[in-house]
Design a protein around this ligand. Structure first.
Ligand code: CMX
Length: 426
């Protein structure tokens, strides 16, 4: 038995017991309320989901299994997956074992490439990625075993199988999307004996003479892996998977949400905004020019991409990690210098707009400039990278949800007429 599966088999019984007792002893206690404003405001702040893989306190940012993301910057993404699933970082043997599992599952069925080749040439890379995930649904172990009468107690084992297959192949698929969509030549097969992110870089085929792009990819895939479960991609994956739709259906659905401009697509829009400013001002803009351009954007009724957050009220620690990386590896690059200068100017502008609750940069504000620096200039593709990483988190969440036997998600909706009757009565 693979070591990750062995570890999960060890920890799951205690988690089940803990939640069973919690519900038994405190099942009727109130932990959150909903105001009318929240009801019509995207349910902000309503505590109605459980997520044990990570949490995002507004004043601290991402914490994975009680470890702040700043402490995990140098970890490999596959170590993060193990941490998300089990609550512990893997030891050397468990990491090696997980890497071997992924390596053994990396081959993408040839029909996936046939389907992608048949798509219109101008398809968005996210539509290509999500189509590829969906066509692989026929590979689902969960669906097969469910149809054979698998018991509920072992749902998680089949989910883990699907997750490992999907995670192993998604870098291969994503690299293939890149090479096909941007006419980069033949697909590059995966190689043996390298870590997950390094293999992705290898299959993308971009030059990486001193390994710095691989370092960025490891960081990128670690930082975007999880962000609790209320965001669009995670909540969607969890809802779809709660219907016992298998992981291919669930992850494809969640990543379709990530393709929205207010969520994962913001990273492509962010770099576009930065490049526009450089073009407009013929180089790295001055502080004054940036301030004026930020106001121009706001006055035109547009958002400044990469700034603001539904939960955070500080500079996103993931942005800090990218900024530090950029200072070390991309100093002097005008695109990176502009990102750094925007950070010096834009928060003060946004603070003056009363309705904006968070004037600080989120994860998307800096990542695009770093990818651009290493030659990945097709910014429509950036959300695919986010998706590859986020697959780690949403898959871990889905494995745990099935292990815990959580039921189908079905909150209650109400009509506006009912809301009116409630508030008038009160
Ligand atoms: N520029 C301009 N206006 C902004 C803004 C920004 N960066 N951030 C928030 N606002 C506006 C909102 O559009 C909203 O305006 P309306 O009331 O007119 O609709 C108002 O301020 C209040 O918004 P909020 O409560 O502060 O933020 P929300 O929780 O509604 O939205 C987010 C959060 C991320 C969608 C928003 O800040 C935004 O659109 N930012 C730019 C896009 C972006 O960077 N998205 C990536 C987020 C990371 C991710 O999830 O992937």
């Amino acid at each position: 038995m693979a070591l990750l599966k062995e570890k999960l088999a060890q920890v799951i019984p205690a988690w089940r017991e803990e939640v069973k007792n919690l519900v038994k002893e405190h099942g009727s206690k109130v932990i959150s309320e909903v105001t009318v404003e929240q009801l019509y405001g995207g349910q902000r702040g309503v505590k109605c989901l459980v997520c044990d893989t990570s949490e995002v306190p507004p004043d601290k940012g991402l914490i994975i299994r009680e470890k702040p993301i700043a402490e995990l910057r140098d970890r490999l993404p596959e170590e993060i997956f193990y941490l998300l699933c089990t609550g512990e970082l893997p030891d050397a043997a468990a990491l090696k074992d997980l890497q071997a599992e992924l390596e053994a599952r990396m081959e993408v069925p040839s029909y996936v490439w046939d389907v992608l080749r048949a798509m219109p040439k101008d398809s968005h890379p996210m539509a290509m990625l999500n189509t590829a995930i969906l066509v692989m649904e026929r590979e689902s172990i969960f669906r097969k075993k469910y149809n054979e009468g698998m018991k509920k107690e072992v749902f998680w084992e089949a989910m883990l199988e699907d997750a490992l297959n999907l995670i192993a192949r998604i870098t291969n698929v994503a690299a293939g999307v890149y090479r096909m969509r941007y006419n980069k030549g033949d697909l590059i097969p995966p190689k043996k004996g390298v870590d997950w992110a390094a293999n992705y870089v290898h299959m993308l085929g971009l030059p990486d003479p001193n390994g710095d792009f691989t370092k960025l990819m490891r960081l990128y895939l670690t930082l975007h892996s999880d962000h609790e479960s209320g965001n669009v991609s995670a909540a969607t994956t969890a809802t779809v998977s709660s219907a016992l739709s298998d992981l291919y259906y669930a992850v494809s659905a969640g990543l379709n949400g990530l393709a929205g401009p207010l969520h994962g697509l913001a990273n492509q829009e962010c770099l576009a905004w930065i490049l526009d400013t450089i073009k407009k001002f013929n180089g790295v803009p001055t502080h004054e020019q940036l301030k004026n351009y930020a106001w121009e954007t706001l006055n035109a009724g547009r958002v400044i991409p990469g700034y603001g957050h539904a939960v955070l009220r500080i500079t996103d620690p993931r942005f800090d990690a990218f900024l530090d990386f950029g200072k070390k590896y991309c100093a002097g690059d005008p695109v990176f210098e502009t990102v750094a200068r925007v950070f010096e100017v834009v928060p003060d502008v946004l603070k003056q707009v009363q309705k904006i609750k968070d004037p600080w940069p989120n994860v998307d504000a800096g990542s695009g400039a770093l990818l651009y620096h290493f030659g990945m200039t097709e910014f429509e593709y950036y959300t695919v990278l986010f998706s590859v990483s986020r697959t780690l988190g949403v898959s871990a969440q889905a494995i745990i949800a099935r292990a815990m036997g959580y039921p189908i998600v079905r909150p209650k909706s109400v009509t506006t007429k009912w809301v009116k009757s409630q508030v008038t009565a009160k």
